[in-house]
Design a binder for this molecule. Structure first.
Ligand code: GDP
Length: 147
């Protein structure tokens, strides 16, 4: 499976990168792609296009452009795509930090929905659409002998 996470500029600015990446690593999830990237408007609009027209859209896009993001393609060969994507969504928690369970990334470090700290693809279709916005094929490594 492959899915995308983006540690958004707000979280990078707060020094939460290591804490957040550790959560995935400790579940046995691998990083197949990992980089620091300052998102441009066109990419943010592609990522969040489904929210165009919502009152929070402009703020959401502008927040993504505020500074560098950390983005990763996550991989595990022991789960099928949908199970792995569900697990990643469970690790990050509910979109609204006020509703996210303690122990999830958003539940532990988030404060307001408008200043969300992390993005994760919410389905296989979404992952397949989102990964190529930010990663070229050659930037994604395939591990050879994972068990
Ligand atoms: P996600 O997949 O859990 O991040 O949720 P969505 O795709 O629905 O939302 C994407 C991002 O839009 C969220 O991470 C929030 O930053 C923002 N967002 C979503 N819903 C709201 C809302 O009701 N109010 C505000 N201010 N922002 C929102």
């Amino acid at each position: 499976m492959q899915t995308l996470i983006i540690i958004r500029p707000y979280a990078v600015n707060r020094g939460l990168v290591g804490e957040i990446l550790t959560r995935f690593e400790k579940h046995g999830i691998f990083f197949s792609g990992l980089k620091v990237h300052w998102i441009v408007r066109e990419e943010a609009e592609q990522l969040y296009g489904q929210h165009k027209g919502q009152d929070f859209y402009e703020r959401l896009i502008n927040d993504m452009l505020e500074g560098p993001s950390i983005m990763a393609v996550l991989d595990t060969d022991v789960l099928d795509n949908e199970s792995a994507i569900k697990l990643v969504r469970k690790i990050i928690g509910d979109t609204d930090p006020a509703k996210a369970e303690m122990g999830t990334i958003r539940g532990d470090f988030g404060l307001r929905i408008a200043q969300n700290i992390i993005h994760a693809s919410d389905s296989r279709t979404a992952a397949e659409r989102e990964i190529p916005i930010f990663f070229e094929k050659k930037e994604i490594v395939k591990y050879r002998e994972k068990k």
